[in-house]
Design a protein around this ligand. Structure first.
Ligand SMILES: [Cu+2]
Length: 282
């Protein structure tokens, strides 16, 4: 029985490793400037973790094989206090490996979050709520109209509380889909009206929480035109599964064509673009 168990463990290990090595269920192709660096970091991590996992499982199977019950009476278990030296050694090795991976990965992570967006970035405000996305565009004047939580009125479709008496609000638009230019830095200002949500576009290799009471500024550059699925990746309530939308990465002229359109025309143009670009195949 011990031998069977050991072999089963080795087979499961082999199959698990093959799942990754085959590359059949890998990420969709990256469409952001920081994507390749993130993928490289992910690959390093998965190789290191994969080697440790395989070594540990081979060892586990080997112990089960070696110390199986052979029915002989002299095969009695002995009690061991363990080895402090070994304990210290593998704890230190594990700590060094994990801290190194963390330090190596932080530069990409931090560059998108802790530094200001480059000047001239295309800025959009994202306001999440149960269970929809609202993207607020500043329009031609590049100035967001004043918003006030008191003015939020979902039944009047004023989801972000835009103050229409503010002149800067006149050319603003709010839509449920996100449109950004290709090859130009984009700054997102993330806010939430109720609970924690999470902005996630897998191809963008970007994922960030939206936290009530906070404005979180992040930035990235998308480099492939198309339509991509955008999901809320934080379990935010009963209809969380419905909280999805699209992100359009558009050529500069199509972005320009959107700017300054009033709310209705903006929405019509967005519908046109959404129909124009098919979703990528997975
Ligand atoms: Cu959500």
């Amino acid at each position: 029985m011990g031998r069977v168990l050991a072999v089963i463990i080795w087979i499961i290990t082999l199959l698990s490793v093959l799942l990754f090595v085959s590359g059949k269920w890998w990420f969709p192709a990256a469409i952001s400037e920081h994507g390749p660096a993130l993928d490289r970091q992910f690959l390093i991590t998965i190789v290191v973790v994969g080697i440790s996992f395989t070594a540990a499982q081979i060892g586990l199977g080997w112990m089960i094989w070696k110390y199986r019950d052979t029915g002989k009476s002299h095969d009695r278990a002995i009690y061991s206090h363990g080895s402090n030296r070994l304990e210290v050694l593998w704890t230190v090795i594990t700590a060094v490996v994990f801290i190194s991976l963390g330090v190596m990965g932080q530069s990409v992570w931090a560059s998108l979050r802790l530094h200001d967006a480059p000047p001239g970035s295309y800025t959009v405000e994202a306001v999440a709520q149960q269970f929809q996305w609202n993207f607020h565009y500043p329009g031609k004047d590049n100035k967001f109209g004043r918003t006030d939580p008191k003015l939020i009125d979902d039944s009047a479709l004023n989801f972000v509380g835009l103050d229409s008496s503010d002149p800067a609000a006149a050319d603003d638009s709010v839509t449920s889909a996100l449109a950004i230019p290709v090859n130009r830095p984009v700054e997102l200002r993330l806010r939430s009206k109720d609970v924690i949500h999470n902005f996630w576009v897998p191809q963008l290799r970007f994922k960030q929480d939206l936290v009530p009471g906070m404005e979180i500024k992040v930035h990235f550059t998308a480099n492939k035109i198309g339509r991509y699925e955008l999901a809320c990746a934080e379990l935010c309530g009963q209809l969380h599964f419905k909280m999805k939308s699209y992100m359009l990465v558009l050529p500069e002229n199509e972005i320009q064509a959107l700017q300054g359109l009033g709310q209705e025309q903006f929405q019509a143009k967005m519908a046109e673009y959404l129909a124009k670009y098919p979703l990528p195949n997975y």
